[in-house]
Design a protein. Sequence first.
Length: 68
Amino acid sequence: MEVVLATNEPVRLSFVLMVLREAGCQPVTLDGYMAVAEGSAGAIQRRIAVPASMAATARRVLREAGEL
């Protein structure tokens, strides 16, 4: 897995996940439970990772969507 983006903005997180899913990049959200366990959801960024073989495609899709 390769991390392509980190954010703590829930709307951006949702949008990026949707864009990556539509492109077939199989995104996974990392650190979601840590952010909740820490108690301050804004302090820990959630990372979005994709399989290493899809990383270049994911970055291209995110650039085209204005997210990178």
